[in-house]
Design a protein around this ligand. Structure first.
Ligand code: ZN
Length: 488
């Protein structure tokens, strides 16, 4: 029996706001435990939430980037459950009227045709706090992942951080597609400054619903939900494991139990966490402390203004502009690099030339000096100016590299550095011809060898001219004059 896999992803993304969703506490990762809390995010009696407009803006921007509809009216609901990392014993979330729905994400894996994965909904909610568990090993407390550990501590810094939950339709078919979906999603959200999407810090988290069914069957099989995947790789590994587990169970005549399973990164297996019978009844009801959220058309249009061209569209434009797929991909690796590249194009530089310099010489300098491009003194005008000088043969390649180094560490304009460093390339005038004649006289043997048919012998003469000009001449130009002088 052949089976196909059906995967739906629920992705939680923390929004990159300055403060939390309903209070003024900073939204920051890595602060000392319980240092970023107040009566509102701790849910103390009498405190009242107030919506963070910036969070709504970032959420709506994400919704527009993912082709979602943003309804004029949405509302918040209380999702009730009791868990130590939730100070209020309910989570303010959205239930039946989310802030965005009916979107889509186009994914492409290398060598595969593009696929559209539909997005069911994106709702806005507050994040929970975080429990940290410890176990005593040889008298020492050691961090552990299991809630059954000896000691559990709670950090509420994360409680109330704005969180977006992006729910896909069950249209993903393979672990590779799931990974591509997450990567495309992250690319867009980071590009637009909506989130830093760091899975290792928990600002992007993913749960997966997965089931199998015989090929050709329309009805969905019983699904399991997998949690605790902390990297793109663990998402792929966990899905791979779970597909094989389900196929094995069904092939042996067993039945899949609807349950939540956790991914055990160390053992590379999914383990049962709780079954459907234990599933929560969240008893959703409308949040009485927050009015419904009204999105006006002019406000929506204002947010739409921030929807800049996305990386996929940009790289396609670069492809049409003559870049190779590899180079086009490189130039959209980050928004900052891509914007720098765009500025150079706007100054009239040639795309292929700019991308070569950025991908090679500039990347090398950035690595050597340990200073990223954007923190260097090099500006788009600086690089474009340098390329212009190279294009007009005012400096040769070796000289241009020296100038770039100066532009990178000290800034300024290429033409000034060329003059200051004495790198101006010698033109083809009398000066160069005089030096060529000198070199010919000084190298009678090489000239004789050339005349007897040994073309390569001239390289020695060219080398001498380059030495006399301290490398400022254009080697091809020297060769041209040399052949002229020798009457070839
Ligand atoms: Zn607070």
């Amino acid at each position: 029996m052949q089976y196909e896999t059906v995967i739906g992803l629920e992705v939680h993304v923390e929004l990159a706001t300055q403060s939390k969703l309903f209070c003024g506490c900073p939204n920051r990762f890595g602060a000392p435990p319980n240092s970023l809390v107040c009566p509102i995010c701790l849910g103390l009696p009498g405190s009242l939430p107030k919506i963070n407009q910036r969070a709504v803006e970032l959420h709506v921007l994400a919704a527009l980037a993912l082709d979602c509809q943003v309804p004029a009216l949405s509302k918040f609901d209380r999702k009730n459950y009791f868990y130590p990392d939730m100070p209020k014993n309910f989570q303010t979330s959205q239930y039946d009227q989310p802030l965005a729905a009916h979107g889509a994400l186009v994914i492409s894996e290398l060598g595969q045709p593009e696929r559209v994965i539909n997005i069911t909904r994106i709702h806005l909610e507050e994040d929970t706090g975080k429990s940290v568990h410890f176990r005593r090993i040889q008298g020492q407390l050691v961090a552990d992942r299991l809630a059954s550990s000896e000691l559990s501590l709670v950090d509420y810094n994360r409680a109330g951080v704005p969180l977006m939950e992006i729910v896909s339709e069950p249209e993903i078919r393979t672990p590779d597609e799931a990974s591509a979906y997450l990567q495309h999603l992250r690319e867009i959200l980071v590009w637009l400054g909506i989130s830093d999407c760091r899975m290792e810090e928990g600002s992007m988290r993913c749960d997966a619903n997965i089931s199998i069914r015989p090929v050709g069957q329309l009805e969905l099989g019983t699904k399991t939900e997998i949690k605790n995947m902390n990297s793109f790789k663990s998402v792929r590994d966990a899905l791979d494991y779970e597909i094989h587990r389900q196929v094995r169970v069904v092939s042996e005549g067993g039945r899949i139990t609807q349950e939540t399973r956790g991914w055990d990164e160390a053992r590379k297996v999914t383990i049962s966490m709780r079954s459907k019978e234990e599933a929560h009844d969240y008893r959703y009801f409308p949040e009485p402390d927050l009015p419904p959220l009204e999105i006006s058309e002019p406000w929506l249009q204002a947010v739409r203004q921030n929807l800049v061209e996305l990386p996929r569209a940009r790289s396609q434009r670069y492809l049409q502009g003559g870049l190779s797929p590899y180079d086009a991909g490189l130039m959209v690796q980050s928004r900052a690099l891509s914007d720098f590249f765009e500025q150079c194009l706007a100054l009239g530089s040639e795309a292929k030339e700019v991308s070569n310099w950025l991908a090679n010489e500039v990347a090398r300098l950035s690595q050597e000096k340990g200073i990223p491009l954007l923190e260097s003194r090099l500006t788009a005008a600086g690089l474009s100016g340098l390329l212009e000088q190279v294009g007009q043969s005012k400096v040769n390649r070796a000289g241009a590299r020296q100038v770039l180094e100066k532009l990178y560490s000290e800034g300024g304009q290429a033409a000034d550095w060329i003059a200051q460093l004495g790198l101006a390339q010698m033109g083809g005038g009398d000066e160069l011809e005089t030096l060529v004649r000198q070199a010919v006289e000084a190298n009678p043997v090489a000239v004789a060898e050339f005349r007897s048919g040994k073309e390569k012998a001239l390289n020695q003469v060219v080398g001498q001219v380059m030495k006399l000009t301290k490398g400022r001449a254009n080697a091809a130009e020297v060769m041209r004059i040399l052949k002229e002088v020798l009457g070839d």
